[in-house]
Design a protein around this ligand. Structure first.
Ligand code: PLP
Length: 395
């Protein structure tokens, strides 16, 4: 009897728990669906799933998985998109930067000028090549390297300027090119965040000796894994990169250079060709959403700079606010997820201890302490952005 009773109590408890759980799940579901996410790669790529599946099957059946037709097609398509003579697929954005620097045969300890507020990959690429990164502060309005501060950092060992078109805005390339010509410096562009961005109608990746692209999944042109590429107009440099990415070899088992294994794979190249056809549409959508933010966010927030010479593609739409952390918390409480690009300045990272001595970078630090990136994915709707604005304007 007791046992029976015990069992029935247990059963009742269990069914109560079940109801509780299913209600909790429903609640969570409601909460989940009302949450405005910062990014959701599944949602972002949903419109491409059908074509991806077809392309994947075709690659699988082809039996050719490395450096084949898909890579060649994508390279030609992306070169044409950028109005560049050549494009070469590599394994990642970091590799693109490393191979571009390696192509010049700089000497150990040679210096490369680079912005102090970038994603750490840009600086790492210089260090991985045995070169010395020399940091230059950004312009506080554009967040890109300040051309007026470059020349004071040039020494007899300076060999190149590695610019970063941060957040999807191209740097002031006319001034930077003039400095490069005056001091006989190579020019490399980190275009990881700037697919399709333009300055004075010229595409990112076509100003310097090399344009280095990342196709990390969140980028405006993102793969379904790691991928990257290098654009150039220089035939000799193109040939060198072609060898460097493939064990220093252009003829099988003949190795002319100390190369790497950094090849874009056939499956990713197939996916990238599909998404490249929609890159302009992706950029147009992000620019449309950015336009709503720019128009309707109250002026307590420092908004991105907009100038007529720039065609910005808003890989990231950031604002700045002195109470950034409080704002981020407040938005999360109101079901809006945001990100920080980036919370710690590169020179303050543990990995960089001792690399930059006692030099200070106050503008860079100010940006890192106050910047907040708002939702602006291809899958976000006008309604999503209006909700973010409504909540933000009450902060
Ligand atoms: C500015 C910048 N440079 C380089 C990279 C490195 O690209 P990847 O992650 O493909 O190596 C990134 C990627 O996030 C980036 O944002």
């Amino acid at each position: 009897m007791r046992l029976k009773n015990h069992c029935s109590i247990k059963k009742k408890k269990n069914s109560f728990r079940l109801i509780l759980f299913s209600n909790l799940n429903k609640l969570l579901h409601i909460k989940k669906t009302s949450m405005i996410e910062y990014e959701n790669l599944g949602e972002l790529n949903k419109p491409f799933f059908e074509e991806f599946e077809k392309s994947f099957h075709k690659s699988l059946l082809s039996g050719w998985y490395i450096l084949g037709k898909n890579v060649e097609n994508f390279e030609n398509e992306f070169a044409a998109y950028c109005t560049s003579k050549y494009c070469l697929g590599v394994a990642s954005g970091l590799d693109a930067l490393i191979l571009a620097l390696k192509a010049f045969d700089f000497k150990n300890g040679d210096e490369v000028i680079v912005p102090s507020n970038t994603y750490i990959a840009t600086i790492l690429s210089i260090m991985h090549c045995g070169l010395k990164p020399v940091l230059v502060e950004p312009n506080i309005s554009t967040y890109n390297i300040d051309p007026s501060k470059i020349e004071e950092k040039i020494t007899s060992r300076t060999k190149a300027i590695l610019v970063v078109h941060l957040y999807g805005k191209v740097c002031e390339m006319d001034k930077i090119k003039t400095i490069c010509e005056k001091h006989n410096l190579k020019l490399i562009e980190d275009c990881a965040q700037a697919h399709g961005a333009r300055f004075k109608d010229k595409q990112a990746g076509t100003f310097g000796d090399f344009g280095c692209f990342s196709y990390y999944p969140t980028k405006n042109l993102g793969a379904i894994g790691d991928a990257g590429s290098i654009t150039t107009d220089n035939t000799d440099l193109k040939e060198k990169i072609k060898k460097l990415r493939n064990y220093g070899s252009s003829v099988k088992y003949v190795n002319e250079l100390i190369g790497y294994n950094s090849r874009l794979d056939e499956i990713q190249a197939g996916f990238l060709s599909i998404k490249l056809k929609k890159l302009n549409e992706i950029n147009t959508h992000k620019r449309f959403l950015a336009g709503i933010y720019l128009k309707s966010l109250k002026n307590d927030f420092i908004k991105p700079d907009v100038q007529k010479d720039y065609f910005d593609v808003y890989h990231i739409f950031n604002i700045r606010h002195p109470k950034r952390n409080e704002l981020k918390e407040y938005l999360l409480k109101n079901n809006i997820k945001t990100e920080i690009h980036y919370p710690i300045a590169p020179h303050k990272q543990e990995a960089m201890k001792g690399v930059f001595g006692k030099e200070i970078y106050p503008i860079s630090e100010e940006i890192h302490q106050t910047t907040l990136s708002l939702p602006i994915s291809y899958f976000h709707t006008e309604k999503d952005i209006i909700k973010v604005i409504d909540v933000m304007n009450k902060f």
